[in-house]
Design a protein around this ligand. Structure first.
Ligand SMILES: Nc1ncnc2c1ncn2[C@@H]1O[C@H](COP(=O)(O)OP(=O)(O)OP(=O)(O)O)[C@@H](O)[C@H]1O
Length: 268
């Protein structure tokens, strides 16, 4: 039976209206490897379907931020939510729930060399989804087709080019149909044309599936092609010094650290 609220008992406050859940919310996040933070007090919100590029000079903490966002590096302070689930300080159970919603494409593709592309892409499915082998094979073929690797299911990573390896890594990151994809320097080591092709694959996925994306890169061509918004980190500030669409930052920023980056000017 429902408890009766007596006259002298306080009436419970109404629940606040649920705020629209943003795919990524970061509040006052500090990250580091010892006690000294590499990044301090970072705040960030990413909209559904937005492509945010994390840029900045070498060593400013781009990869560190990515590790903090995906729960690989626990925060010194602050909080991270992905699709409404708090990652920071989360239990293994919550983390595995979160991991089913996100995909991470690491530098180098991180494929297992002794497995075919199909086996590589199937790995995350075998771990978490209770699907028949036939259903898994269909999903693997679809994911490889999205990144234009249909017909390469039985190839080993060593038998395909570096650009194809990156795309296979992307197919694996997409295995569980993530709503958020994280990329760490996707075009590192690729020639400009292959890098431009990978940018087009990233855009195709974003437009077709509405996937929210966070991409760490300092490649200007990629930034202009794929970024809806750039957040620029700076090593001495240990945080974000500017954010906005790339052309806007290039043309209107009054901060020389920002304009030098976009105009490829040396520091001195
Ligand atoms: N595992 C680690 N242990 C200790 N320090 C680390 C570790 N990883 C990175 N760092 C330090 O954290 C700082 C930021 O590194 P990070 O790799 O995040 O920078 P980045 O902006 O991604 O650089 P780059 O563009 O050169 O890849 C650097 O000073 C780096 O030496």
């Amino acid at each position: 039976m429902e408890p009766v609220v007596g006259q002298n008992q306080p009436v419970p406050a109404p629940e606040p209206a649920p705020a629209q859940v943003k795919p990524i919310v970061v509040k006052n996040l500090s990250l580091g490897y010892g006690r000294a933070p590499i990044l301090k007090d970072v705040n960030l919100e990413v909209d559904p379907g937005e492509i945010v590029v994390v840029a900045g000079g070498s060593g400013c903490g781009k990869s560190t931020l990515l590790k903090g966002l995906v729960g690989l590096l626990p925060p010194l302070q602050g909080q991270v939510w992905l699709e409404g689930l708090e990652v920071s300080g989360a239990s293994e159970k919550v983390l595995s729930q979160v991991r089913r919603k996100i995909g991470v494409a690491f530098q180098g593709g991180a494929l297992f060399g002794s497995m075919t592309l199909a086996e590589n892409v199937e790995l995350p499915l075998a771990d978490t989804a209770r699907l028949s082998k036939a259903a898994r094979q269909v999903m693997v073929r679809l994911k490889l087709a999205v990144v234009d690797l249909d017909g390469y299911e039985e190839y080993l990573p060593s038998e395909i080019s570096g650009g194809m390896q990156k795309r296979a890594g992307l197919a694996r990151a997409m295995a569980l149909d993530p709503t958020i994809l994280f990329f760490d320097e996707p075009s590192a080591g690729l020639d400009p044309i292959t890098s431009a092709e990978l940018d087009q694959t990233i855009l195709k996925i974003n437009r077709a599936l509405g996937t929210t994306m966070v991409v760490v890169t300092h490649e200007l061509d990629s930034i202009y092609t794929i970024a809806h918004r750039v957040i620029m980190l700076d090593k001495s500030e240990k945080g974000i010094i500017a954010e906005g669409p790339p052309a806007e930052l290039r043309d209107t920023s009054s901060d020389p650290r920002v304009t030098n980056f976009f105009h490829r000017k040396p520091r001195n």
